[in-house]
Design a protein around this ligand. Structure first.
Ligand code: NHR
Ligand code: GAR
Length: 216
């Protein structure tokens, strides 16, 4: 039996993934859960976009897939309140943002503090926010990549868990660079989730720790 960092001491780590689109990172997590490499149960997938292909990936894997369309809410706060209830109803030990494109309110972040992680397509603290690949190329950056971090109220600024690097090539387009970053994402995100599900990863103050040792 695993001892988890959450209050779920008797069962496997329950994961909810939040998406807005294709869901290739979701797929990587699904695959690593089903082959037993991640000791966890993916209990729900939630999208704010009805047409997100990731919802289909979840259903194909037999995972409960729900959509909460932010456009149907009068305000950001109202959407976040409904999202909090929907996600909390899954009793998650871990909530993983995987291409989720809505900024989350302080109330949501507080509710899931210490069990909320994100994958961001840049080597943070470089290029927080959107359009990271285009900005990296425009700057003539030599290196780019992806970062998994705990989510805090400050956008893309929470404690870093793991990063993966790629070289920016002379003839890279936004598209070719994004494709190589994706490969890195599909390696590092399942690794971070595996650490969390094994009870090895926590956030202590401003740093993420693995087996009690600071990661940065
Ligand atoms: N919320 C908080 N509080 N903190 C973070 O670190 C978050 C977060 C929500 C999402 C993912 C993030 C990324 O990895 C993420 C991190 C969306 C936007 C954004 O500007 C920025 C960063 C991220 C996700 N979204 C617009 C908004 O108004 C909408 C853009 C759209 O719909 O296309 O929410 O990059
Ligand atoms: C990923 O590259 C992820 O890092 C990025 O969106 C892509 C989603 O791909 N996230 C953000 O840009 C968050 N603002 P996926 O849906 O195939 O996993």
């Amino acid at each position: 039996m695993q001892v988890l960092s959450s209050d779920n001491i008797n069962g496997r780590c329950r994961i909810v993934v939040l998406i807005s689109g294709n869901g290739s990172n979701l797929q990587a997590i699904i695959d690593h859960c089903s082959d037993g490499e991640i000791p966890a149960e993916l209990v729900g997938v939630v999208s704010n976009v009805p047409s997100a292909f990731g919802l289909e990936r979840a259903r194909l894997a037999g995972i409960e897939a729900r959509c909460l369309n932010h456009r149907e809410f009068i305000s950001r706060a109202a959407f976040d309140e409904a999202l909090t209830t929907l996600v909390e109803d899954f009793r998650p030990d871990l909530v993983a943002l995987a291409g989720f494109m809505r900024i989350l309110s302080p109330a949501f972040v507080d509710q899931f503090a210490g069990r909320l992680i994100n994958i961001h397509p840049s080597l943070l603290p470089c290029y927080p926010g959107l359009d990271t690949h285009r900005r990296a190329i425009a700057d003539g950056a030599r290196e780019h990549g992806a970062t998994v971090h705990f989510v805090t109220q400050d956008l893309d600024a929470g404690p870093v868990i793991i990063q993966g690097r790629v070289e920016v090539l002379e003839d890279d387009s936004e598209h070719t660079l994004a494709a190589r970053v994706h490969e890195v994402e599909h390696r590092i995100y399942p690794e971070a989730v595996r650490w969390f599900a094994s009870g090895r990863l926590r956030v202590e103050g401003d740093v993420a720790t693995l087996d009690g040792q600071p990661l940065t």
